[in-house]
Ligand binder design. Sequence first.
Ligand code: IMP
Length: 200
Amino acid sequence: MAPRVFFYTSNPGKVHEVELVLGDLGYDVVWRKAELIEPQMDSLEKVAAFKLMGVPEPDSPAMVEDSGLFIPSLGGFPGVYSAYVLRTVGLDGVLRLVRGKDRAAEFRAVVGFRDDRGVQLFTGAVRGRIAPSPRGKNGFGYDPIFIPTGYRRTTAEMASEEKNRLSHRGIAVRKLAQWLAREGTRPPRRARTTSVRNVA
Ligand code: IMP
């Protein structure tokens, strides 16, 4: 039977992208839609590690993913506030904020994985710039206004497979897959340790 990874997220777009990467590598991604407590903290790593402490089935391999859009000319904003900013001022609000400023931006992701060996964190980042206006129908969130470096299209104008090859999430999930290949998957059993280790 394919090893199972329980992915705790409320975002179906993330599930789709993670399934494409881990599914290809022989993992069965099981979506756990249950909302975990989403703390407001000053780094994605802290948010991911905190959320993993609250998984309702600690005896099964669990995964979370936290990401954000960081714009250096705005001091890294919206960063860890990305979900809140999208819900409140939306893409138009972000476009207004960067008007007349340097449009360089970076998507960052932290994938957290927990099993009886403890918590492992994997990071991924992709550089790009903020588009002049929203374009494209694929993906989710900020995809219509993010153009990766070396491309003319936004990530919302790419198929998920293409986005995964270059994206913050794709990079972080592939690091998790490499770690699982190296360290081995374990059958679910009660988690005993809560140590947190930054792998990359
Ligand atoms: P969270 O990690 O679920 O809190 O997401 C942070 C915010 O960044 C949400 O508003 C997401 O929609 C957005 N976001 C995260 N990853 C991506 C992505 O790959 N494309 C576009 N927006 C993203």
